[in-house]
Design a protein around this ligand. Structure first.
Ligand code: ZN
Length: 307
């Protein structure tokens, strides 16, 4: 395999190994080159296409319309949020595991970077949070969704606000320069403020086994995928402490990768129809096991700003 020019965006090593990948989600088949760092095992797209928008079709999930709750549902969601933080055993919403760990106060200033339509922030608003800001340069315009919930059509680095908590849910890997992203978050966090980054991870067992067929390589949309080693090094260099790494991978890593092995695009219909209910259950069990063993394909990085 050829040694590639350039340097690792996580650890700066110039020992990069190239491999070829193909756009598979939409079935376009466009070829691109990824580089994997020999030092830290992080992944990066070698050359970022001029126009990435052709790889983000209109129906891309994050541009679906926001679903609002009626006043009864808002009332119930507020009760549920309080129960969640009080440790009452209730059916939990999908975001409960990381939110409980972060345990923000209801008046904390919270940013969601790469917020898409703002649905997650809306759920937090419905649950009682009062100072919510979404950032996404790809939304159509600035939008006041509700009192205390604003979406901004810009990067967080262009904001002059300071936050108690900044989160990124599967947005980090779509950004070309991880060091600049972490710098911008550092500058926009109060000292001691928290940063949550949920992202795929290059240490994934599925990537090791299946290489470019790994569904979360997602060529060429995923521009950088850190390893634990590379991410920790970069985050600590940029003034963060990495408090915890939690694996939260799902059956999707096996199902999506299996579709690519069968040379099928990643559609909801294929995910639904290509597998039996029994297979889906087995995949989910395997995902939980992988998470326990620290070899799942995505993580939550819990960070805090030092000083
Ligand atoms: Zn590296």
């Amino acid at each position: 395999m050829p040694i590639s020019p350039g340097s690792c965006k996580f650890c700066n090593s110039s020992h990069l190994i190239e491999f070829t990948a193909f756009e598979r989600m939409l079935g376009l088949g466009d070829e691109c080159t990824y580089q994997q760092c020999e030092q830290c095992a992080s992944l990066q797209l070698k050359e970022i296409p001029q126009d990435l928008s052709t790889y983000y079709p209109k129906e891309y999930y994050s541009f679906e319309p926001l679903v609002r709750s009626n006043s009864l549902h808002i009332f119930l969601k507020k009760l549920r949020m309080r129960a969640l933080f009080a440790g009452v055993p209730i059916p939990e919403p999908p975001y409960a595991y990381w939110l409980k760990k972060l345990h923000p106060r209801f008046d904390d200033k919270i940013a969601d970077v790469g917020c898409g339509n703002g649905q997650l922030l809306y759920e937090l608003y419905a649950g009682g949070f009062k100072d919510l800001h979404g950032f996404d340069p790809f939304i159509s315009r600035d939008q006041q969704i509700a009192s205390g919930l604003q979406l901004w059509k810009k990067e967080i680095g262009q904001s002059s606000e300071t936050f108690d908590l900044i989160m990124m849910h599967h947005a980090f890997e779509h950004m070309a320069n991880p060091r600049e992203v972490l710098k911008a978050c550092f500058e926009r966090l109060r000292p001691g403020g928290k940063l949550l980054i949920r992202t795929p991870i290059a240490d994934a067992a599925v990537f090791k086994a299946e290489k470019e067929l790994w569904v979360q390589l997602d060529a060429p949309r995923h521009l950088v995928i850190g390893s634990q080693k590379g991410f920790r090094l970069l985050a600590e260099t940029e003034g963060f402490s990495l408090d915890e790494i939690e694996f939260d991978s799902e059956a999707f890593q096996f199902m999506g990768t299996e579709l690519y092995q069968r040379n099928l695009p990643l559609t909801q219909a294929n995910l639904a129809n290509e597998f039996t209910e029994g297979e889906k259950e087995e995949f989910q069990k395997k995902a939980l096991q992988y998470n326990l063993e620290g070899k799942g394909d995505q993580v939550c990085f819990y960070l805090s700003r030092r000083d």
